[in-house]
Design a protein around this ligand. Structure first.
Ligand code: ZN
Ligand code: ZN
Length: 125
């Protein structure tokens, strides 16, 4: 299946081909602070299947290993890469044109999950 997505203003667009790929809710403090949301849902996309189709992202080195990719015009975060896992690109579920195409089934950084935050992945981790 081919999937497309992009930022809020539409200047940064991406596409990827994927089958059944993991979707995880991340409750880490970096996702929280960079998004301003309690947690972020991520798709784990094979790097060779992912490309930008419009614009090019601005980069934020959010940790020693992690780089986040966002639109320089509207600020939407669309992707993240981790140095130790160059074979995948993490894509924000919320930036997809059809975010309902995937359901998070994994919870990560459960130890820093905010009290009261309920996710689809809860009870399955
Ligand atoms: Zn934008
Ligand atoms: Zn995170």
């Amino acid at each position: 299946m081919r999937y497309e997505g992009g930022c809020f203003c539409g200047k940064l667009r991406y596409a990827f081909e994927a089958g059944d790929i993991p979707c995880a809710d991340c409750h880490c403090t970096l996702c929280r602070r960079t998004s301003g949301a309690p947690y972020v849902s991520w798709l784990v996309v094979p790097a060779e299947a992912f490309s930008y189709t419009a614009g090019s992202p601005k980069l934020l080195q959010s940790s020693d290993d992690g780089t986040r990719y966002f639109c320089e015009h509207c600020g939407t975060h669309v992707a993240c890469t981790i140095k130790t896992h160059p074979e995948v690109v993490d894509v924000t579920l919320g930036s997809m044109d059809r975010p309902d195409a995937f359901t998070p089934t994994i919870t990560v950084f459960e130890d820093t999950r905010l009290p009261g935050v309920v996710t689809h992945a809860m009870g399955k981790s």
